[in-house]
Design a protein around this ligand. Structure first.
Ligand SMILES: [Zn+2]
Length: 243
């Protein structure tokens, strides 16, 4: 079957003498792997150099019994040149690509995460605050991929946490002063909790407008990075176990 869609390059590597294999996050079919035959021998064969996180119009032949499909056309649509001169922006875009590659199952459409990645890459070109953009992306992708941390109330007794909240990585949410002794949990400020809730509840543009004090950003960085590593490791272990 011939398939036409649009996709963001998550990663690519050389294959055999003259080809490359790329992982695209496509609008219509989610994460798709394709081989671009002869692209290294004759780069003009394709209208794209399949640069990481570029957006491309692609046409591929879908093999029924393989998870790698044959790409016949690949034309670059958006290169995001505004972020390529800056190491911090490039690192952030690579991190977002890796997160999507790790979190998303193969060939499962997710338009919301596709839209999120596009919005993130566009904003990354002009933002003056890369770390806040990355944190907003982390909170949004956790929600959209089913790993949203629970911050409305204590995950153990379900009471509203009004003071001294703690965050449990393992339980994926807040613990109150009474329940904190039953599980490992790190202190988190009410301001950091309110910031995450605000970003969870609002759309991308409104979420980005939220002002954050430096100490809250520092806290969010710690909590989000640890939470993602904890859940991704567990997620990767269970996927490996299944396959
Ligand atoms: Zn509790």
């Amino acid at each position: 079957m011939i398939v036409k869609t649009e996709g963001i390059v998550l990663k690519s590597f050389d294959f055999r003498e003259t080809s490359r294999i790329a992982t695209f996050f496509t609008r219509d079919f989610g994460k798709v792997k394709g081989v671009l035959k002869g692209i290294r021998k004759d780069p003009r064969k394709f209208g794209s150099s399949i640069e990481k996180f570029s957006v491309n119009d692609i046409v591929y032949y879908q093999y029924r019994n393989s998870d790698i499909h044959l790409v016949s056309h690949c034309d670059m649509k958006d290169f995001f040149s505004g972020l390529r001169q800056d190491l911090e922006r490039m690192t952030a875009a690579s991190y977002a690509s890796e997160l999507i590659d790790t979190l998303m199952p193969a060939e499962e459409q997710n338009l919301e995460i596709y839209g999120l990645m596009q919005a993130f890459l566009h904003a990354l070109q002009s933002t003056s605050d890369v770390s806040k953009l990355v944190q907003t992306f982390q909170i949004k992708i956790l929600s959209l991929s089913g790993f949203q941390p629970h911050l409305e109330a204590c995950v153990s007794c379900h009471k509203i946490v009004e003071e001294h909240p703690r965050f449990s990585l393992r339980l994926g949410g807040l613990l109150c002063g009474v329940c904190k002794d039953n599980a490992e949990a790190t202190p988190i400020s009410l301001g950091a909790v309110a910031s995450i809730l605000h970003i969870q509840k609002n759309n991308w543009e409104a979420a980005l407008r939220l002002g954050m004090a430096p100490f809250i950003k520092k806290e969010l960085k710690y909590v989000l990075n640890h939470f993602l590593v904890f859940h991704l490791e567990r997620h990767l272990r269970s996927t490996r176990f299944l396959s």
